[in-house]
Design a protein around this ligand. Sequence first.
Ligand code: HEC
Length: 102
Amino acid sequence: MKAVYLSLVLLGLSCIFTAQAANLFAGQERAAAVCAQCHGIHKPAVGAPFPSLAGRDAAYLKEALKQYRSKKRISDIMNAIAGSLRDSDIDDLVAYYSKLKP
Ligand code: HEC
């Protein structure tokens, strides 16, 4: 009985870890394919007029992306980009960028 319980706990834990890894990986993929063109990964290209995202506060980044998506915050570029993001995409991107060293 104890062994069954233990293996269930381990199974549960491995699911949590896999899900988290998948989020970060998905965030990394999208960041590299889309966001990095302007924002870069660790920082934007020198002199580029884009805010850097690496290591920024997660709650701030999440709020900013939701505001762009709902057009509460106006930016032609970011309204178009955030408009196609799902909640889970935003979570993935924020998880990735907020954990990066600037
Ligand atoms: C074509 C260029 C471009 C791309 C691609 C782009 N952005 Fe932006 N982003 C901008 C610009 C320009 C601003 C500043 C807009 C403003 O004045 O609010 C901005 C602002 C932001 C901000 C607000 C930062 C702050 O300091 O308030 C966040 C967060 C953000 N972008 C996230 C993303 C993410 C995540 C992606 C990828 C899904 C992305 N951006 C892709 C150009 C881009």
